[in-house]
Design a protein around this ligand. Structure first.
Ligand SMILES: Nc1ncnc2c1ncn2[C@@H]1O[C@H](COP(=O)(O)OP(=O)(O)OP(=O)(O)O)[C@@H](O)[C@H]1O
Length: 584
């Protein structure tokens, strides 16, 4: 019998899920029907528990094997990573003579975030298990450049990279050998562009000699890149017209997969996607709801919902999306330290679960720890900015809370896409203030419609007698702001935040950043998220503050700090220049 040993406990679960295929996600063919090498198919099945390809894999893998350029759009969690990694590994392992590290990089995968970089690298490592001569590696912001240089010098066959760091090495690492480069993959292409890497990508394409129509690549210092056999792939769950320029620059007569007929323009070679309002596919089994909460009650409602979720099911994973790094830090500390007052006879933590945080201002090692930690934990809460919104595949996430609303509808789609992956159950809850209701209509334009969350029922479920509160309110309906549980929690939160100087500082910083973030909405969303309509005192209350911190003072202090910093580095430069001049 074949090596039937399973690597992971959940492999078995996946296999049976695949066989059932209640969601029609899987194709009826096998991986070998797609033309993949037998050893790779065996590994996919026996070691990774992938019994059958998903529909998007069945459609796109043969195209990728054929060598054609492709634009691939498919819902979140449908297995797009394998769409490019499997064909690349299949074609690389076939090469005779066998490829060697000294041949340098054959495939380049560009991703928008560091966590996605690590994740794709992890999958590539699993897939090359039986092909030890193929070496995956990654380079990304926040990592040690010298160590990366050493790894590039040794040779990396499949290189996964974030754009900024890749460009850095293209410019500064002379031993980086990409003369055999055959594939460039843009995973989450629209996000890479959203993050402002458009120009960097163009420079990268120039360096790699992969800009469409380039005769001899301008600025390619290597100049010896073998051309003609390039294949580029562009993928995302939300490919929209914003990627047209990149598609034009990097793709040659691409096959369009998963883009509906109306969204493509067959007569215009240059316009790959022509949708003005894009409609997005979301998993059918995803339960999507919204809850309208007046600003001042947001924090206590968030805490109540989280508590209800973890009380309902002790072992589960939840992600809360927030708009700013300061917001994540404040809520992270609060959730780790807040306890209901002793008068309630309850001194344990308010939320009985492990809490992780992820955002771009954390040190790289803390980011990596949080990413790995949340991934392996069976029951935990992750508080994150949008760094976790794209591509991350945390197993068994049951619920996504969008506490701060996303920007464009595409961001909504990616955030909720962290749950209900590959046929799993999942629910998503969007927080809105009553003044932001129009956002629901914006989502509807993109084919996304949400039901209302039964907040009152959840709040009423808290045993108020435990808190020493009379539950006579039940006799007559009260507004959310007057709900005894909410009033009780608000008081407890305010007294907790005001009694702890660290908490107060975190709350003030989070408040200021939140208001800043609110003003940053773009385009039509500016008409929905109008900062002037906000009651800043209520915003302050949503950070447990009794009074609204002064935004003006804060802005001035920030400016002063910036100027002090500038001054200091200018003085330092002067000293260094003086030293240099006197020694020469
Ligand atoms: N054929 C398959 N059979 C079983 N599981 C699979 C198969 N293909 C992929 N998976 C698993 O499905 C999950 C989602 O895959 P992946 O992360 O590639 O999705 P995605 O489409 O890239 O999602 P996103 O758009 O969010 O980035 C992963 O856990 C992956 O291991």
């Amino acid at each position: 019998m074949k090596a039937a040993k399973r690597e992971k406990g959940d492999v078995e679960k996946k296999s049976s899920k695949d066989e059932e295929d209640t969601n029609g996600l899987f194709a009826s063919c096998s991986f070998s029907d797609l033309g993949l090498h037998a050893t790779l198919c065996e590994h996919l099945q026996d070691k990774m528990g992938f019994q059958k390809p998903t529909k998007i894999q069945a459609e796109a893998i043969p195209v990728a094997i054929s060598g054609r350029h492709a634009l691939v759009k498919a819902a979140t969690g449908t297995g797009k990573t394998l769409v490019y990694l499997a064909p690349i590994i299949h074609l690389l392992q076939m090469r005779q003579p066998r490829i060697d590290r000294s041949d340098g990089t054959f495939a380049l995968v560009l991703v928008p975030t560091r966590e996605l970089c690590m994740q794709v690298h992890g999958i590539a490592q699993k897939l090359v298990h039986r092909f030890h001569w193929i070496v995956p590696g990654y380079i990304m912001g926040g990592e040690n450049r010298a160590k990366e240089k050493a790894r590039l010098r040794k040779g990396i066959s499949i290189l996964i990279a974030t754009p900024g760091r890749l460009l850095d090495h293209l410019k500064n690492t002379s031993s980086f050998n990409y003369s055999n480069l055959r594939w460039i993959v843009f995973d989450e292409a629209d996000m890479i562009l959203e993050l402002g890497f458009g120009k960097a990508l163009e420079e990268i394409l120039d360096f790699l000699g992969s800009r469409a129509g380039a005769s001899e690549q301008a600025g390619n210092k290597k100049g010896d890149v073998k051309k003609g056999s390039r294949q580029n792939l562009l993928l995302s769950a939300t490919l929209n017209e914003k990627v047209n320029r990149l598609a034009n620059l990097s793709l040659d007569k691409p096959v369009r997969i998963g883009l509906d007929e109306n969204a493509v323009s067959p007569d215009n070679e240059e316009l790959f996607i022509k949708d003005s309002v894009d409609s997005y596919n979301l998993p059918d089994q995803l339960l999507q709801r919204y809850v309208k909460v007046p600003c001042g009650s947001r924090l206590s409602v968030l805490l109540s919902i989280l508590r209800a979720l973890f009380e309902r099911e002790v072992s589960q994973k939840v992600v809360v999306f927030l708009s700013t790094c300061d917001g994540v830090d404040f809520h992270y500390t609060l959730l780790n330290e807040f306890k209901l007052q002793p008068e309630t006879n309850q001194s344990s933590k308010f939320l009985n679960c492990k809490v992780f945080r992820l955002h771009g201002n954390l040190k790289q090692e803390d980011r990596a720890k949080a990413f790995q930690g949340y991934k392996t934990e069976k029951s935990a809460l992750l508080l994150s900015t949008d760094v976790a919104a794209r591509g991350l595949d945390f197993p068994r996430v049951r619920c996504i809370l969008q506490y701060d609303s996303p920007g464009e509808a595409s961001e909504y789609v990616h955030r909720v896409g962290r749950t209900a992956r590959l046929g799993e159950k999942g629910e998503a809850l969007l927080f809105l203030q009553p003044i932001e209701s129009a956002y629901l209509r914006d989502l509807e334009l993109h084919g996304v419609s949400l039901k209302e969350y039964p907040l009152e029922k959840v709040l009423d479920s808290f045993p108020l007698s435990r808190q020493g509160i009379k539950n006579s309110y039940k006799k007559q309906p009260v507004s959310l702001e007057m709900h005894p549980w909410i009033l009780f929690l608000e008081r407890a939160l305010e007294s907790f935040v005001s009694s702890e100087p660290t908490m107060r500082k975190l709350a003030r910083d989070a408040f200021c950043s939140w208001v800043g973030g609110y003003t940053a909405h773009r385009g039509d969303l500016k008409k929905i998220f109008v900062v002037k309509k906000l009651h800043l005192g209520h915003v302050a209350k949503s950070f447990g503050l009794k009074e609204q911190p002064s935004l003006v003072g804060r802005v001035q202090a920030k400016k002063r700090k910036r100027e002090e910093k500038k001054e200091k580095s200018f003085k330092q430069r002067k000293v260094t220049a003086k030293k240099y001049l006197s020694s020469s």
